[in-house]
Design a protein around this ligand. Sequence first.
Ligand code: ADP
Length: 450
Amino acid sequence: MFQSVLIANRGEVALRIQRACHGLGLKTIAVYSEADREAPHVRRADQALCIGPAAAGESYLNQAAIIMAAKVTGAEAVHPGYGFLSENALFAERVAEAGMVFIGPSAASIRVMGDKVAAKRAMRAAGVPCVPGPDAALPDAPDQIRDLAREIGYPIIVKAAGGGGGRGMRVVEQETALLGALSVTKEEARRSFGNAEVYIEKFLARPRHVEIQVLADRYGNTLWLGSRDCSLQRRHQKVLEEAPAPGIPEALLAEVGSRCVEACKQIGYLGLGTFEFLVEDGAFYFIEMNTRLQVEHPVTEMTTGIDVVQQQIRVARGERLTFTQADIRCRGHAFECRVNAEDTERFVPSPGTITRWDLPGGYGVRVDSHAGAGYRVSPYYDSMIAKLIVHGDTREDALGRLRIALDEMQVEGIATNLALHRRLVRDQAFIAGSVDIHHLEQRLREGELM
Ligand code: ADP
C-alpha cells in the first residue's frame, strides 16, 4: 500500500493524476524539465524535482533521471500518465526493480501488447475478432509474401510490429507495389522503432474507430467500461471523441466487451487498458491495445460516473474493485474536444504566450487543462492545451451543450483549433453520427471546415 506517487509526466495529465492522488490522500511528487519550472503541475505538487533540460529526451523520457528522482524523494509508486514512458516495458521493469510500484500493467503485458503482431496473436487466441491477415512475422520469400497478400485481397496495409503514433504504416493497392512498400516500411520501422518487423493485413476502406475501456484488479475482477468513438482523426491523431460509440447495437458491444475482458484474464492484465477496433459494416476488428491511461478517458468517466484514474491507482495499490459488471451503467452521452495550440491553415504547432483564456462553464461542462492567461505554450511538447468535455442526457443534448461551450471558450495570443471544432460540431454528417475515420480529412480537403 503506497502513500506517495511520483508523476512522470507534465501538462493536463499530470494535474489529472495529482487530483486523483490527492482525492485518495496520497502525497504527490512532480518532476519537471527546465522549460516547465513555472508549470502548474510543479506548483501544485507536494514536492517537485527538476530532472533535466527542455528536450523530452533529456527530461520526461530520461529514465535514469526519473528513477533517481523517485529514489531521492522516497516515492513509493510511479504513474507514467500517457505518452512519454507510459508504454515502455523497460521503464516499468526498472521502476519495479527499484522497489516501487509502476501504476500500470506488468512489463510483460506492456511488451506483448507493444508488439502488434504478438498482440494480434494473443487477441485471436482469446476470441477477439481481428483484421484479416496473418498474426505472424512475414516469410522472407517474395513468392510467399505475394501469396499471403493475395489471400487477404487488395488493398492491404503494411504495418510495423513496433509502430505507434500513427507512423509506420503504408497502404498497398496492388501487387506491383507490394515488395517496394514492404522494404520502405521495414527500413522506416528499423530506424524509428528499432524493430524492423512488419506485417500485413486487410486495409479497411471506410471503418470507424471504436474502442473499449477495461479495468482489472489483481484478484481476477475485470470489467469493461463501455465504448468510445474516436473516428474524427487527422493524420491518425484523434481530434474529437465521444462515448458511447453511436449507432452500435448494445448486444454487439456487450459481446465485444466481454471478449476484451476474457482476453485480459488470459494474459493476466492489471489496471486500465483500451482495446482499439476498426468497425466496418457492423463488424469489429481489433487493431491494438493501449496499456495505459488514455487522453480520451474523461468521456468514459462522464458516462459511467467512475473516476477511472482513481480506480487505476486503487488497483495498483492492491485494492479490490468494489463494483461488478452489472453495476456499470452508461448514462447519457459525452464528447471531448482536444484543443490544440495549432494553426489549422497549415496544421503546424503555434507556441507562444496565451493572452486571453476564457473558459466555458455550466452544467455538464468540464475542462481539463494546465494552461491559462499568461501561460507560455512550449515548442518542446505536444500542442494540446486543453480538453473540453461535455455531458448530456442524449447525444443531441450533449452536442447542443458542446456548441455553446465551444462558443464560450476564447483563447488569444496563440492560434488554436477551436474554430475547427466549432465548425465540426455543426457538420451534418457528424451530427447524424457514425462517420468514418476519413471524414475529417475529407471535409478539410473539400474546404468545408475552413
Ligand atoms: P498506432 O499505434 O500508430 O496508432 P494503429 O494500429 O492504432 O496504429 O492504427 C492507427 C490508425 O491507422 C487507425 O486508427 C486507422 O485510422 C488506421 N489503420 C490501421 N490499420 C488499418 C487497417 N487495417 N485498415 C484501415 N485503416 C487502418
